[in-house]
Write a protein that binds this ligand. Sequence first.
Ligand SMILES: Cc1cc2nc3c(=O)[nH]c(=O)nc-3n(C[C@H](O)[C@H](O)[C@H](O)COP(=O)(O)OP(=O)(O)OC[C@H]3O[C@@H](n4cnc5c(N)ncnc54)[C@H](O)[C@@H]3O)c2cc1C
Length: 367
Amino acid sequence: MQRADMLVIGGGIAGLSVAARLAEHGRVVVLEGETAPGYHASGRSVAFAHYGLGNEPVRTLTALSMNALAAHGAVHPALHIASAEQVAELEALEDVHRQFGCDYTRVGSDEACALMPVLRPEACAAALIDHGSLKLDTNAMLQAHAAALRMAGGELITGAQVNAIARDGSNWRVEAAGKVYSAPLLVNAAGAWADVIARLAGVQPIGIEPRRRTVISFAASEGEDVSRWPFTKTVGEGFYLLPEGRGQLLASSMDQTPSEPCDAAAEELDIAIAADRVEQATTLPIRRIAHSWAGLRSFAPDEVPVIGHAADLPGFVWCAGQGGAGFQTAPALSRIAAAAALGLPFPDDCAAAGLAPEMFSPARLGA
Ligand SMILES: Cc1cc2nc3c(=O)[nH]c(=O)nc-3n(C[C@H](O)[C@H](O)[C@H](O)COP(=O)(O)OP(=O)(O)OC[C@H]3O[C@@H](n4cnc5c(N)ncnc54)[C@H](O)[C@@H]3O)c2cc1C
């Protein structure tokens, strides 16, 4: 049996970011079922940080994370576009940018089309440019947390699919790939499988809902350097589009189809909808989809991450429900999660920004 002070289940951004912080306080072992970290949601994101998604707590976590994210990100503008029917939504988003002190400009259709040359004017009645959003290097983020964990004496064990969890006195006894691990503290950072892990441990699940999102990749016109095109996103239903290197573009129709936890794959219809929405709103011809993928974004019923000890079984710590913002909130959320796990005070800057432990506690969901 391998003993540790803390076991973390899940080697995605949630598990690795909290594990790196916990490792400053004791021996941490991360158990990841796949053969490499970041195989599921964390390996499938489009790696962008902006204010165009989430609710108030998620945006506050984003604001609290932006400085730290800059270490693994490059400033890249986001262009939030609105059709004539979506102008009220753009105004609400402008309020958000004002609230968080963002460097932004409200522009009309002409200026939006000047910045994003393939945009059809009729697809954009009004727009907002966020000059401070970030293109992230998510692989570097994962590797940096894994390195910090190792430097502090912790361990990331891959190929360690957890299949049994039991209480053994004041410890958790966790079985993975024929080995047994034991620790008094167990952190559930299993992404789409967070409720599965809770059930294994005899903890009440909280109703985490995985939702599938599809991304397509295609080449820009021959020889065209699109790397400076903004991340372009409709404020409501529609699509987003962003450059990936010099000549490739990524796009999504922002689908969010409820799914069982699984190795998600892109479906033909979702690929076609993404391509169609881009072609409707831009002059881009999508001749060939170079690549497509899907990943699961996992949400609690109120779409706020779930952080804290289970009410019915202290020592079982939730770190789940990061939704579509797991990378852009990780710097702040991992500090909140580590403090909650260790019983340390809620971080001062998070409290000053209006956040409180109760907002994230599983108790708010009756768990
Ligand atoms: C298409 C798409 C685009 C996105 N774009 C962005 C973006 O631009 N910016 C942003 O901030 N976020 C984005 N996200 C969201 C972000 O990717 C997620 O919020 C984040 O990756 C969730 O991290 P996680 O660690 O909770 O989950 P995961 O990365 O899924 O990690 C959970 C891990 O737990 C492991 N696990 C599960 N069960 C077990 C078990 N029994 N034993 C051992 N291990 C187990 C899994 O193998 C998995 O590796 C996007 C997501 C998708 C799908």
